[in-house]
Design a protein. Sequence first.
Length: 185
Amino acid sequence: PKPLTIVQVSKGIEPNSLKRISEMIEEEIPEKYLKSVVVLSGPSHAEEVSLRHPTTVVVTSKNMKEAERVQDLFMNKNFRVYTNPDIVGVELGGALKNIIALAAGISDGIGYGDNAKAALMTRGLTEIARLGTKMGAKPLTFSGLTGVGDLVVTCTSVHSRNWRAGNQLGKGKKLDENLENMGMV
């Protein structure tokens, strides 16, 4: 069989190994079947993409030729796809912003207001960039769509599962009840 390119849209880090999802995919799929892993990330909610609201995202890969091919496949008048060669930064930005969004939701649920949320987001982005840089990312990546953009949309939108979970925790709901009511994690 011809090796495939996998477009990864999940975000996360494996708890024990600290591997990014692209690394886990590469580890699990034999090289003869895998041409490339292309990561698609960025400030977007599926609910808005499906309504054809203007959206921008980022694609990255160890194989930028494949990232550009995926860019061409997905690009249209409502869905703008940019490339970024920093696979480490794009994946980490997409994963780590969820922690800050949870905290922003808690802050909102408690009723701390916009000043507190702005501080959380700003200081959170600084910490994401510091950690990401230590893990091999380029600092400038976090100033773009996968850093600032993804952080803003995830910390401020009712579409954000992480913000909603945090918001409910901040309002005093128990974690188990919160997860059950969300229907997804």
